[in-house]
Design a protein around this ligand. Structure first.
Ligand code: ADP
Length: 621
């Protein structure tokens, strides 16, 4: 990964999340609004139903308890009365039974409706967030993918995309329900004694604040740790993925990597354990305080009933209210407790989605002078975070019809030059002109259509053979003839014919009946893809033939030359048998052009090119 020092940096917002005490307590709710906005955007109707059912399930338990109280009073008075009066009380009793049953029916209905809405929302929300993440990914530049920290945000956003935001919203709603329940209970208790309401309210606050504080703390600890978690995830990946397993086995890396993995766990675990213990202790102690207040009020109600200040029915009601209140407090504490994990997810998601991506500039679809080809003037390039140039003051001119070969040792800047030419990166200094127009001013889609590139780390699509080649030009994806023609030029047709379903064979190991190819065969598929891009004006092959035998490479290259007769072709290769066929050759060394010219001229000048050429030629003797 490119930006290794940024990988070890703690994330910035972790430090900006050190606000004042009150804000620190409230920080546990900081992403509820974000989650709510996303949920609202997914389905306003479902959100409204969820909100309404939440209020109903918050208010009704207290109401049910109070009807229960009236029922008890009616029973008591029925026992004491006789005759007509008793008859009237009996029908009153029946009425309360029906009312309570009715309320219970409404409440369970509301709860059920709430769960149903949640289930539907979960599906919709999962899809919506995944689409948001992928749409954002399409706007990103290559540099974002090479920036370890930002790339990690993308990966983490994708993980749990379908569960976290809804989970936060459910917890927020649950909390709202509990608060509504507590308020309703408070109103009822107020009739008994305002002091009791005050007492219970105050007793609940410390536990709530402690829970919010610890939840916020857990959030900050986990955020700070993202670099360590990333190393763990990387190790997991190396140990469990197909492309890592060969070396892990043969170099016996398993033990070493596992040790590192466990080492990170141990370090993290210590800190976690401390927090969990503190959290458990304070949760228990402050929870006791709340319970003590409830039981104090409980006894108080009993004494009030004995003193005749309230009826037995009222006493039953208040006791039921206390129980409900206690439950609501416990539930809300649990909700707050779990919120930090959802917050972690959402903070990452919002950072990923809100990351500013520079607008792709340029609207022009043609340059003033098509015969000018590519002109590179004083171009230098520094990778983000690097002080050393990957390219230093490079000047180069390639006209249509010319073929250019780039040679140079590893790390000399060959691929970087291609990345600049294809506008995957912008030069730090200097300008690249295509058809006399600054690359920046080109409409990016037009520009990309003009260029066909196969990089050394080309993609191995887990698609059908025909599709793998056809996507070289998506407009012609259905044209089997063109695809077969391209495959012939890339010399893939020879082995494709032997595959079980020819061009309809599934490639790779991901899907059923997929056929895995050898490295060289994959390269031939990739080359055929480049040949498919026959409408492009510039064709670039960045060392795509390394795994292909010399005979095939020579043949492919001659096809390449024929295809690019009126175009610009650029090839990066370490094989001089290929390189020598180019019209113009540049030798790159440490970010600069050391020599350039035709094969003959470079040989004659006896410089580095000549040395390297002779070295390789000797190897073949
Ligand atoms: P070549 O293709 O000639 O082997 P590159 O153009 O890939 O070399 O790399 C040139 C230099 O730029 C190297 O020193 C390499 O370390 C550095 N480099 C390449 N890619 C990146 C990147 N994504 N981020 C930072 N530095 C990079």
């Amino acid at each position: 990964m490119a930006n290794s020092d940024s990988a070890s940096k703690p994330t910035e917002t972790a430090s900006s999340a050190e606000p004042g005490t009150v804000r620190k307590f409230l920080s546990v709710f900081q992403y509820s609004r974000v989650a709510m906005k996303i949920v609202w955007g997914t389905s306003a109707a479902l959100t409204l139903v969820m909100a309404a059912t939440t209020v109903v399930s918050g208010v009704l338990p207290a109401a049910i308890a109070s009807v229960g109280g009236l029922f008890v009073d009616a029973v008591a008075s029925a026992i004491q009365n006789t005759g007509d009066a008793a008859e009237a009380v009996r029908s009153e009793m029946l009425f309360y039974v029906l009312v309570e049953a009715g309320l219970v029916v409404i409440m369970t209905g509301a709860q059920k409706l709430n769960t149903v809405c949640q289930s539907i929302l979960r599906v919709l929300l999962g899809n919506k967030i995944n689409v948001m993440i992928l749409e954002k990914a399409l706007t990103l530049e290559l540099a974002h993918f090479e920036d370890a920290e930002y790339y990690d945000k993308l990966v983490r956003a994708r993980r749990e995309a379908s569960s976290r935001p809804l989970s936060l919203v459910i917890k927020t709603f649950d909390l709202a329900r509990d608060v509504v329940a507590l308020l309703t209970i408070g109103i009822w208790l107020f009739q008994f004694s305002p002091l009791a309401v005050l007492l219970l309210g105050l007793a609940g606050i410390p536990a709530f604040l402690a829970e919010a504080k610890f939840s916020g703390e857990a959030f900050r600890i986990h955020r700070r740790r993202s670099a360590e978690r990333r190393v763990q995830i990387y190790l997991e990946m190396v140990l469990t993925r197909e492309d890592g397993v060969k070396e892990v086995k043969l170099l016996q890396l398993g033990k070493l990597f596992l040790q590192r993995y466990v080492g990170i766990f141990r370090k993290i675990y210590k800190e976690d354990r401390k927090l969990v213990l503190r959290r458990g202790f304070w949760g228990y102690v402050l929870g006791l305080l709340t319970s003590a207040a409830f039981y104090f009020a409980y006894g108080w109600v009993g004494f009030a009933a004995i003193a005749g200040a309230i009826t037995i029915g009222q006493m039953t009601m208040y006791i039921a209210q206390f129980r409900l209140g206690q439950n609501a407090v416990t539930n809300s504490l649990t909700a707050v407790n779990g919120m930090y994990e959802d917050n972690l997810y959402l903070s990452n998601l919002t950072e990923y989605l809100n990351h500013k991506v520079p607008e792709t500039t340029g609207t022009k679809t043609a340059g003033p002078d098509p015969s000018d080809g590519i002109r590179i003037e004083n171009v230098s390039f520094f990778y983000p975070g690097s002080d050393l140039p990957a390219l230093n003051e490079v000047n180069l001119h390639i006209r249509p019809g010319e073929s250019l070969a780039i040679v140079g040792e590893n790390g000399s800047g060959k691929t970087t030059l291609i990345k600049l030419l294809t506008r995957l990166y912008q030069p730090s200094e200097g300008t690249i002109y295509l058809e006399g127009l600054d690359l920046k001013e080109w409409d990016i889609d037009t520009l990309r259509k003009k260029i066909g590139v196969i990089f050394q780390d080309f993609a191995r699509y887990q698609l059908l053979v025909g599709e793998n080649i056809g996507i070289g030009d998506v407009d012609e994806l259905e044209q089997d003839e063109l695809i077969e023609e391209a495959a012939e030029k890339g010399m893939a047709d020879e082995f494709v014919k032997d595959l079980p379903q020819g061009y309809k064979t599934q490639l790779g190991t991901w899907f059923k009946d997929g056929k895995e190819l050898s490295g060289g065969q994959w390269q031939k598929i990739a080359l055929s893809r480049a040949f498919m891009r026959s409408k492009a004006d510039i064709l670039i092959l960045d060392e795509p033939t390394a795994a292909i035998d010399a005979r095939a490479e020579a043949e492919i290259f001659s096809h390449f030359r024929a295809l690019t007769a009126n175009k610009i072709s650029i090839i990066i290769s370490h094989r001089f048998s290929t390189v020598r066929m180019a019209d113009h050759i540049i030798v790159l060394g440490k970010a600069e052009i050391l020599e350039q010219g035709s094969h003959e001229r470079l040989l004659a000048s006896g410089g580095q090119y000549a040395t390297l050429f002779n070295l390789q030629a000797q190897g073949y003797q």
